[in-house]
Every structure is written in C-alpha cells, then in structure tokens.
Design a protein. Structure first.
Length: 124
C-alpha cells in the first residue's frame, strides 16, 4: 500500500455523520474515517481496486483495531488503480492511530529467525 491519503466521502456531509476532528466522523455508536491508496502488485497486493488483497490490509486492521465498514464498490472498480476504504472503530483513538499511516508506505516483509519464516507489517 502506497500513496495513502485522506478520502472525504460525500456521505460525510449528511447529518448522520458528525465531525469529531479532521477526517474522523461519528456515525451512530462508531467512529469512521476513509482512506485511499495505491496497490503494489509486485508485493502481491492485486493490480486494480476491485482486487484488494487480504494482506497487508488484514495486518493493518489488526494493528490498529479497526474494521472495514464501507468498500465503496462504485469507486473500487477493475478500471481504477486507486482503492477507497472506510475504516471504523468504537474507539476514536484507534482511528487517530490508523490515520498516522497517511503519506507512508505500508507492506508485509518476510524474515527468518531460527530457520522459521515470519511476516511483519512494515510502516515507513
């Protein structure tokens, strides 16, 4: 995942969403934020927005204790190289922490220790 940026969804202008701070909205009992990013096919991440791979996304979700609440099906098409996702949590701090990946490069890297192969999430 590269070129990670903030994404402002049109739905956030509705009265159902209340701005909590820049880029984070309250919707019912949860907080939401949306990001866009580019995939890296050479790292096994898919080549178009409708083929977002499970990793490193799953590791990002685990690291920041968030989940995907909107896939933006109308934006994540086979013709698009840019992916759009809405992330949610019941704890605003989780979204603050997630938003720290904006402008960074996120990927999984394999490494060996004691003859075993492990995977680590890299954020740089």
């Amino acid at each position: 995942m590269k070129d990670i940026t903030d994404y402002y969804a049109k739905k956030y202008s509705s009265s159902n969403y209340n701005v909590q701070e820049y880029g984070i909205y309250k919707y019912g009992e949860k907080y939401v934020t949306s990001l866009s990013f580019q995939l890296e096919p050479d790292r096994g991440e898919g080549s178009t927005a409708n083929t977002i791979s499970q990793y490193p996304l799953e590791d990002v979700l685990d690291r920041f204790c968030v989940y995907v609440s909107d896939f933006y099906k109308e934006l994540n098409t086979a013709e698009s190289k840019t992916c759009y996702l809405e992330f949610s949590s019941t704890d605003i701090t989780d979204l603050r922490n997630l938003r720290e990946i904006i402008g960074k490069h996120v990927y999984n890297r394999n490494f060996k220790r004691n003859g075993k192969t492990f995977v680590e999430l890299v954020i740089e």
